[in-house]
Each structure stands twice: as C-alpha cells, then as structure tokens.
Design a protein around this ligand. Structure first.
Ligand code: BGC
Length: 409
C-alpha cells in the first residue's frame, strides 16, 4: 500500500470524498487503558483493532453525500510547526509535489511555534470544510484541543511526525522510527570513541515535543553503558551524571535531563546553551569532544559555537533531518553525521492514511503509539545514518537531492 503511486491514491481520494463527506464519524472506543500520567507513551508491536474499522455500508450513505463538492472545495488541511526550520519546508515541498501534481485542493498552514496560532489555523481549516486534518503539533499536549475540535466537526485527524497527546481524537499517526534516530546518533559517537574520559556534551529537543523524549531515550540506551564504563564523561548535565548507572530512565527522569540540556528546537537557544556550557567547562572537558545534538538546525548552531573555542581541539557532532545546509556542513567537515528521514515516505503515508480514513477503513498500521489516552494506530518508517562516506549514495544517487545543490561533493 505504501509504495503505491500518490496519483492513484489521489484519484481514489477524490472519489471517496463523495461517499465520506456525509458519513458520521464512528465514536472511538479505545481498547487500551490509558498510560498513567507522566508515563512514557509506549510503542506497541501490534496494531490494535480500532473502532473506526467499521466501514459505513454504501446503502447507508446519506443523500447529502451524493452532492459533488463545489470546485475548489478544500478537502485536506495540513498544519506544520514552523517555517523557520528547513525540515518543515522540506515537508511542505514534498506535500505540494505529491498533491499539487494531481491538481488536488490542499492548504498548508504554519504555526510558527505558537500553539495559539496553531489552534487558529485548525479552526480556519475546519471552517473551510476540510474532511481530513494532517497536523504536526508544535506542542503535543496543547494540540489535543485542536484534535477534539476536529473530531467534533466530523473531521479525521492524522498526527504527522509528532504525536498528539492526551486525547482519543487522533485517528492515525505517521512517523519515523524516533528511537532509532537517537540510537543511530549515539552509535556514531560510540563507534568513534577510544580510550576513556572522553568529554560528552548532551543536547535535546523541546520538552513539548514527544519526539524529543523518544530521540533521547534511543540515544541514552546506547550511550549509558559507555558512560557507566568510563568511555564518556558527561560534561554539561548534572542530572544525566546522577543517572549514569541507570539503563532505563522513566519519563520524569528523562524530563529532568532534557530540562537541563533542551535547545527547545531553537538555533539561538542551542547557541546560547553551548556557549554557557563551554564557559563553565574545565580543561578536562575540552580537547577532543563528542556532542549529541538532536537535529541539524541545532547541530549547526552548536558546531559553530564549539568551533570558536580554542581549547576544543576537535569535535564530533550528530544531527538529524538531512537538511541541505547540514549536508553541506558534512561535506565541509563541520558536522559529522545526520539521520536521513525520507520525507517523501512520510508524505505518502499521510496521504494513504487519509484515503483509508475517508473510506471509513482502518489504515494499514504496523503498530501503535500510546498517547496517554489511547493506542493510536501508526505506521513507522526506517531512518538512515548518513556521514561523508554514504552521503552520495543515500542522498544524491537516491534522487532525494541534486548534486548541484552542493559544492565540493
Ligand atoms: C522532528 C525532527 C525535527 C524536530 C524539530 C521533531 O519532532 O521529528 O525531524 O528536527 O522536531 O523541528
């Protein structure tokens, strides 16, 4: 299903809207008991049987559904977190390529990291009569109100990349394997470390983003044994230092560390934090250092800061998203690696799920994520660790980027 062409899916989407637009959304009847507050949302191996599996019989389709939507009717609304990060411009571009090619009506709005603007965006799309909302929340908990509003309006909700927390009004979740993102970042650092006492600087994403926890959890699993055995010495987090002998951290323990090393997914915050970490660091935390940076934008900000410290002899730094600017940084030796998340796959998954939901079916799921309220059926895509050695193969030969986008390849 996931590899079928987008055009075929869109043709199907156009035809099923007629049948779906008058149908009532079946009430969700979560089968799983919600996780206790403060507990990490869990990833289950099996897809739950969702109540939404009930397909309304064709004969029951209300008469109103036979009316053809007026030309230009907006059927899909997409809300993305911010234009300030190239990652989300990538998603916008890939959505436009996939949907625009079929002349399909879609509106993409950006929330500019503001939950109030996000809510207003959703309300505006609901007013325009969308049937499916694809949303990547800025703040996973705050976005529950928007999901509830969509559910009340009979609109299906697809949580995109980031999970909406604490509501049963999420129909589906498309995501990458976020634990693997963190694990690949950490593995890169572990593979390059020799001896003992290597300074390790930890940085994380925004605490309002469930993914930040998953990335950190994936990284900690790989790093912790190497901190415990002395290969690494944590340079910038007393909370992480206090927990260094614990292989599995609770959500609250992760939150304590993230609270100390959060970049808030913001370049300036990342830069300021790196500067203050370097100011506070003693000579034994300089020299050849290792840096866990959660994504490309923050990696570039942190790398630029470490590059200016004369007592830092060399540094290895991770990233995520394969943003063009970071691919160039990797070519130039200024960032060590990134984790490539093929946004084309995520976009395809979101469209495929939207089609199924409009048909009244349960989209194919490879598992589920507990959002604190229900197990949300999900599809999860693999990620690829990329450094200068496989950059050409994974990013250029694969057709994701053009060689001409970069210099010095
Ligand atoms: C996404 C990353 C992105 C980060 C900052 C995360 O939720 O999964 O790809 O770099 O947010 O926007």
């Amino acid at each position: 299903m996931r590899n079928k062409g987008v055009l075929a899916l869109l043709a199907l989407l156009a035809s099923v809207i007629l049948a779906a637009c008058g149908a009532q959304t079946p009430a969700a009847a979560p089968t799983a008991s919600p996780a206790a507050a403060g507990e990490a949302p869990t990833v289950a191996a099996e897809a739950p049987t969702a109540a939404a599996a009930e397909t309304p019989a064709a004969a029951e389709t209300p008469a109103a559904a036979a009316e053809t939507p007026a030309a230009g009717t907006l059927s899909v609304g997409i809300v993305l977190p911010t234009k300030d990060e190239p990652r989300w411009i990538q998603d916008e571009t890939r959505f436009k390529e996939a949907l625009g090619a079929a002349g399909y009506q879609v509106e993409i709005l950006f929330s500019q990291s503001d939950p109030a603007k996000e809510k207003a965006n959703v309300e505006s799309l609901l007013t325009k009569g969308i049937k499916v909302l694809i949303i990547c929340p800025h703040d996973g908990a705050a976005a529950a109100a928007s999901a509830d509003a969509a559910r009340a309006a009979g609109v299906k909700v697809v949580s995109y990349d980031r999970l909406i927390l604490g509501t049963d009004a999420v129909d589906y979740y498309v995501t990458f394997d976020s634990l693997a993102v963190g694990a690949q970042q950490a593995q890169y650092l572990v593979d390059k470390a020799t001896g003992t006492g290597n300074p390790l600087y930890l940085y994380a994403g925004a605490a309002s983003d469930n993914n930040a926890f998953l990335f950190f959890q994936g990284a900690w699993k790989v790093l912790q044994p190497k901190i415990a055995d002395g290969t690494f010495v944590i340079a910038n987090s007393s909370e992480a230092e206090a927990l260094k002998d614990k292989a599995d951290l609770t959500r609250d323990e992760q939150a304590k560390i993230i609270g100390q090393v959060s970049t808030n997914w913001d370049f300036n915050t990342a830069k300021t934090l790196a500067e203050s970490n370097l100011t506070a660091a003693g000579a034994d935390a300089k020299g050849d250092v290792f840096i866990l940076a959660p994504n490309d934008g923050t990696a570039r900000a942190i790398a630029d800061t470490f590059a200016t410290d004369k007592d830092v002899t060399s540094f290895l730094i991770t990233g995520q998203d394969a943003e063009k600017a970071s691919v160039q940084y990797i070519i130039d030796g200024k960032q060590s690696m990134t984790v490539f998340k093929d946004v084309r796959t995520l976009v395809n998954d979101a469209i495929t799920a939207s089609v199924a939901l409009l048909e009244g079916k349960t989209p194919d799921a490879s598992g589920s994520y507990n959002n604190g309220k229900i197990d949300v059926p999900a599809v999860q895509s693999p990620v690829i660790s990329v450094d200068k050695d496989n950059l050409q193969k994974e990013l250029i030969d694969s057709g994701y980027y053009q060689a001409s986008d970069f210099t010095g390849l």
